[in-house]
Design a protein around this ligand. Structure first.
Ligand code: XMP
Length: 528
C-alpha cells in the first residue's frame, strides 16, 4: 500500500522542505490541526505541486539567506496557481522576494526567544492574541517591505515586518517559527491559516485514519493472506492490529523471541496483545540460537549484523512453515506487513539523506523464494499518530506508550560479549529502572531510558561486610521528539537514588550505578 490515506477529495497540504530540520515538524503540526500533510522537496516544480491538487502549500524555514549563491527560490508561478500559501522564516522571505517585496541584510540577527509585537488588530493570524508575546526566531535577513497589497500584522524590535497576510489572495507568512513549542501561539496561527485563510476542512482525525487505512488494506489484500513479524514494539503492534481489523484471520503474526528482550516483553505480546486484538500468533523460541551465534562477539556492528541475519533466517523458516501449512489448504501467503513510518519514507526518499550511523535492522532482504508484496499501513503516519491509532484500536497503554526499543534489543546494551548471565543481570537492572520511572509518573517525560551494562569493566565496591568486584551500569534517560536529537533528562535526585539503591541491592553483579549526562549530538542514545 503506498501513498496517502488522505480521506476525501480535498488534497494534502504540501510542506515544501527548504532543507532545515523543521519541515517534518511543520507537517506534524498541520496534522495536529486535523489536516493531512506531506513533505515535498524544494525543487518540486509548480506543475507537479498543482497536479497534487493541494489544499494549501507551506514553505518551510531553511538555513540559507535568500541572497546566497544557489539559495532555493520560490517560483512566482506558485502564487498565481490559486493555491493558498503560508511562508515560514526562509519561506516567508522567499515568498516576499517572489511577490515583489524587499528582503534585506539588516546586519542584526535574531536568534531564539524574541518578543513579537502585534500590529493593529492583528489581522486574521494574530487577532486577539496578547499584544506582546514570545516567538522563536532564527534568521539573519529580514523583510523590510511587504509585497503590494499585503497587511503587516506583526513586528519585532529589529524586524519591521514579522508577519503579513492577504486574506483575499489566501497568502500569508511569518518570520518566526510557529511550529516549535517556544512559540506558544504558533499552533493557533498555523490553525488560523489552514482553517480561516486557506479554508481547509479539518478532516484528519484518528477515526478517519483507521477507517481509510482499513479500507485500503482490504482493497489491497482482498481474500488473500498476510504475515507480520511482531517485535513487541509500538509500530509492528499497531500495523498488525490495523491489518487484523481489516482482514481478520487472513493475517498470522510471528513473534521471534531472540532472548534479547526485556523482562515481561514476551508476555506483553503473547498475552496482552493477543487479548486486545484476537490475532493469530505463532511464537518462535530462538534464544539459544541467537546466543550461540553471538558467543565471543564484542563488536557492536557485528552483533547487529548477526542479530539481523538470524532474525531473517528464523522468520523465513517460520514463513515457509506457515506457507506449507497454508499450501495444503490451497492458500498462499502473499503479503508481508511492515510498520514503516512516514519519517522513514521522507528520509529514504532522497533529498540530502542522513548518514547511516548504525545499521538499523528491519525485516528486509528476504530471499527470492519468499516473495511477498508489502503492506505498509503506517506509511503515511507520524509516531504520535501511530500511538493514537493504537489506542483507538483498543491496544493496551503498556504497548502503545512503550519506550522505543532497538531491534537488536539488550544485545547492544551489553558492552562486551553477550551471555545468558549478563542478559539476566541487565534484564533485572532494566526492570528496576523502568518500574521506578513508572512509579514516579515520569514515563511521558522521557523518550527512553536505556540501561547499559558495562560488562567488560569491573569496579571495586563494598557491600555488606565484603569487598566486591562487580560491574557498573549506566542510566541513559533522554528526552526527545524524534530520536534524531535528544537531551539528557534531568531526573529528580530522589528517583535516581531509589533506582541506584535498588539496583545495587537487588542485582548481585552490579555494584555501581552511573548517569549519562551527554546530549545527542554528540552522544548517540544507545551506547553501541
Ligand atoms: P541512536 O543510538 O542512534 O538511536 O541515537 C536512535 C534511536 O534508534 C534506536 N536504535 C535502534 N533501533 N536497531 C533499531 O531498531 C538498532 O540497531 C538501533 N540502534 C539504535 C534507539 O533506541 C533510539 O530510539
Amino acid at each position: 500500500m503506498s501513498g496517502s490515506a488522505s480521506n476525501s477529495a480535498q488534497g494534502p497540504v504540501l510542506v515544501v522542505d527548504y532543507g532545515a530540520q523543521y519541515a517534518q515538524l511543520i507537517a506534524r503540526r498541520v496534522r495536529e490541526a486535523q489536516v493531512y500533510s506531506e513533505v515535498v522537496p524544494h525543487d518540486t516544480p509548480v506543475e507537479e505541486i498543482q497536479r497534487r491538487n493541494p489544499a494549501a502549500v507551506v514553505l518551510s524555514g531553511g538555513p540559507s539567506s535568500v541572497y546566497a549563491d544557489g539559495a532555493p527560490q520560490v517560483d512566482p508561478a506558485l502564487f498565481e496557481a490559486g493555491v493558498p500559501v503560508f511562508g515560514i522564516c526562509y519561506g516567508f522571505q522567499a515568498m516576499t522576494s517572489a511577490l515583489g517585496g524587499t528582503v534585506e541584510h539588516t546586519g542584526t540577527r535574531e536568534y531564539g526567544r524574541t518578543e513579537l509585537e502585534v500590529s493593529g488588530d492583528g489581522g486574521t493570524l494574530h487577532a486577539e492574541m496578547p499584544g506582546h508575546h514570545p516567538v522563536w526566531m532564527s534568521h539573519g535577513d529580514s523583510v523590510s517591505k511587504a509585497p503590494e497589497g499585503f497587511t503587516v500584522t506583526a513586528a519585532t524590535k529589529d524586524t519591521p515586518v514579522a508577519a503579513f497576510e492577504s486574506v483575499e489572495r489566501q497568502l500569508a507568512g511569518v518570520q518566526y517559527h510557529p511550529e516549535v513549542v517556544h512559540s506558544p501561539h504558533g499552533q493557533e496561527v498555523l490553525r488560523r491559516f489552514l482553517h480561516d485563510i486557506a479554508k481547509v476542512r479539518p478532516q484528519w482525525t484518528t477515526s478517519s485514519i483507521v477507517d481509510d487505512t482499513v479500507a485500503a488494506i482490504r482493497e489491497q489484500v482482498g481474500e488473500r493472506r498476510a504475515i507480520c513479524a511482531l517485535s513487541g514494539g509500538v509500530d509492528s503492534a499497531v500495523a498488525a492490529a490495523l491489518v487484523h481489523r481489516a482482514i481478520g484471520d487472513q493475517l498470522t503474526c510471528v513473534f521471534v523471541d531472540h532472548g534479547l528482550l526485556r523482562a515481561g516483553e514476551r508476555a506483553q505480546v503473547e498475552r496482552d496483545f493477543v487479548a486486545a486484538t484476537g490475532v493469530r500468533l505463532v511464537t518462535i523460541d530462538a534464544a539459544d540460537r541467537f546466543l550461540g551465534e553471538l558467543a565471543g562477539v564484542t563488536d557492536p556492528e557485528q552483533k547487529r549484523k548477526i542479530i539481523g541475519r538470524e532474525f531473517i533466517r528464523v522468520f523465513e523458516q517460520a514463513a515457509r512453515d506457515l506457507q506449507a501449512e497454508a499450501g495444503e489448504s490451497g492458500e498462499h501467503i502473499d503479503f508481508l506487513v511492515q510498520g514503516t513510518l512516514y519519517p522513514d519514507v521522507v528520509e529514504s526518499g532522497g533529498g540530502s539523506g542522513a548518514a547511516n550511523i548504525k545499521s538499523h535492522h528491519n525485516v528486509g532482504g528476504l530471499p527470492d523464494d519468499l516473495q511477498f508484496e508489502l503492506v505498509e499501513p503506517l506509511r503515511a503516519l507520524f509516531k504520535d499518530e501511530v500511538r493514537r491509532v493504537g489506542l483507538e484500536l483498543g491496544l493496551p497503554e503498556t504497548i502503545v506508550h512503550r519506550q522505543p526499543f532497538p531491534g537488536p534489543g539488550l544485545g547492544i546494551r551489553i558492552i562486551g560479549e553477550v551471555t545468558a548471565d549478563r542478559l539476566e543481570t541487565l534484564r533485572a537492572a532494566d526492570a528496576i529502572a523502568r518500574e521506578e520511572l513508572t512509579a514516579a509518573g515520569l514515563d511521558r517525560d522521557i523518550w527512553q531510558c536505556p540501561v547499559v551494562l558495562l560488562a567488560d569493566v569491573r569496579s571495586v565496591g563494598v557491600q555488606g561486610d565484603g569487598r566486591t568486584y562487580g560491574h557498573p551500569v549506566v542510566l541513559r534517560p533522554v528526552s526527545s521528539e524524534d530520536a534524531m536529537t535528544a537531551d539528557w533528562t534531568r531526573l529528580p535526585y530522589d528517583v535516581l537514588e531509589r533506582i541506584s539503591t535498588r539496583i545495587t541491592n537487588e542485582v548481585a553483579e552490579v555494584n555501581r550505578v552511573t548517569l549519562d549526562v551527554t546530549s545527542k549530538p554528540p552522544g548517540t542514545i544507545e551506547w553501541e
